[in-house]
Write a protein that binds this ligand. Structure first.
Ligand code: NCD
Length: 382
């Protein structure tokens, strides 16, 4: 039963009453609940507020998962989010990436194992690192890559996404990598296509491969994740990177401190076990890793900060604020960086203190690991 249907039952109301309160038709609500459509951001926000946060993106986007048996702990057909992953599944994805680096497989070689396989990159939002690294990862594995050129304006949301999914399915790719501004899009497609789906960022919901590569970078430098204290700072409210990282790091046994002005802090994150701070001095105390996030202006509706200059003064990371953390604390950033807004330019370039370029490099190995896992899982089902 869908979590929202259960909520309706527990609260003794009906789909009809809920639909009318959300100002949508019962037919639309039914399609959301069957996984055939995903709600727009404003409807999702109404659902969250109407249910006092009990129903939220975490339990809303449902995908039928066919588990199967093979060599690895990660047996899912897709990678849609960190949400339901167990520690052993995360470790399996990280360990494979470590093997790939050890075997030096990210260097160009001709790989026959995956010959004839196809990966489609379907990016409805801009991307430099993520898209390129998926392409590079697939090519290193000997997989053909198709980059779909999408004019965001020409594709309407809702039904037209399903048309896109069916068209792609007819081409029979093995892996579909999708980035979309609407949360839940990868889940919707995963219910419709026969191939493995990888979420490369959906709205402000999740960005699982970014969290995995961040975890790999941390584990390679600090030799562990468990027991570390990690601060995530900046525009938490609009950040899918933050959501995936919080879930992953807490699952792996780290302590997570979130530092943001109240306008940029998301609700409900303390439910995951994260600690909330609004200043660096307290939030960075004894911290091993400081993750900085960009102000996601494209996802903001309205004004959240007085000015970029003011923001930098209180929430931009510079050496002075970094000194509140452990003396060997390392700085991370998923990119793209806005120098002088969320991070001081000179600090961003200090390779002794930051892992920023290493993160980009490890992104290829992590994506190779994820692609290999999904292809092997799909092969075992045939
Ligand atoms: C992030 C994204 O797009 O979610 N970037 C990335 O994938 N490297 C974060 C961002 O855009 O700020």
């Amino acid at each position: 039963m869908h979590a929202l249907d259960k909520w309706i039952k527990d609260n003794s109301i009906s789909r009809k009453i809920l639909a009318s309160n959300l100002n949508i038709s019962i037919a639309s609500l039914s399609r959301y609940l069957s996984g055939d459509r995903i709600p727009k951001q404003e409807i999702m926000e109404k659902i969250i507020s109407y249910t006092d946060g009990k129903i939220n993106p975490t339990n809303f986007y449902i995908v039928k998962n066919n588990k199967n048996n093979n060599f690895s702990e990660y047996r899912k057909d897709h990678l849609l989010g960190i949400e339901d992953l167990k520690e052993s599944e995360i470790s399996s994805l990280l360990n494979r990436a470590d093997d790939i680096i050890r075997e030096n497989r990210i260097q160009p070689t001709v790989n026959q194992k995956y010959r004839g396989k196809t990966l489609v990159n379907l990016f409805f939002e801009d991307s430099t690192r993520t898209k390129t690294s998926f392409e590079l990862a697939a090519k290193r594995l000997g997989i053909d890559v198709i980059n779909m050129q999408i004019e965001t304006s020409s594709i309407r949301k809702g039904e037209s996404l399903l048309d896109t999914a069916m068209t792609l399915n007819a081409m029979q790719p093995d892996i579909l990598v999708i980035r979309h501004s609407l949360s839940g899009t990868p889940h919707l497609l995963a219910n419709k296509v026969n191939c493995g789906v990888i979420n490369a960022g959906d709205g402000q919901h999740e960005h699982p491969t970014q969290a995995l590569l961040d975890a790999l970078a941390i584990r390679r430098r600090k030799k562990r994740i468990k027991g570390l204290k990690i601060a995530i700072c900046g525009d938490i409210a609009h950040s899918r990177v933050a959501r995936s990282n919080i879930k992953l790091l807490i699952t792996m046994g780290a302590t997570v401190n979130l530092i943001a002005p109240s306008t940029l802090m998301a609700e409900g994150l303390s439910d995951y076990g994260a600690n909330i701070f609004n200043n660096f001095k307290e939030g960075l105390n004894e911290v091993d890793i400081v993750m900085i996030l960009r102000l996601q202006k494209e996802r903001m509706q309205g004004s959240y900060i007085p000015s970029a200059k003011e923001y930098f003064k209180f929430y931009g990371l510079d050496r002075e604020k970094l000194s509140f953390a452990k003396s060997d604390a390392l700085v991370m950033h998923p990119g793209p960086i806005n120098r002088g807004v969320e991070i001081d330019s000179e600090l961003a370039d200090d390779i002794n203190r930051t892992l920023i370029l290493e993160q980009v490099e490890l992104g290829v190995a992590i994506r190779m690991s994820v692609i290999e896992h999904l292809i092997n899982n799909l092969e075992h089902k045939k």
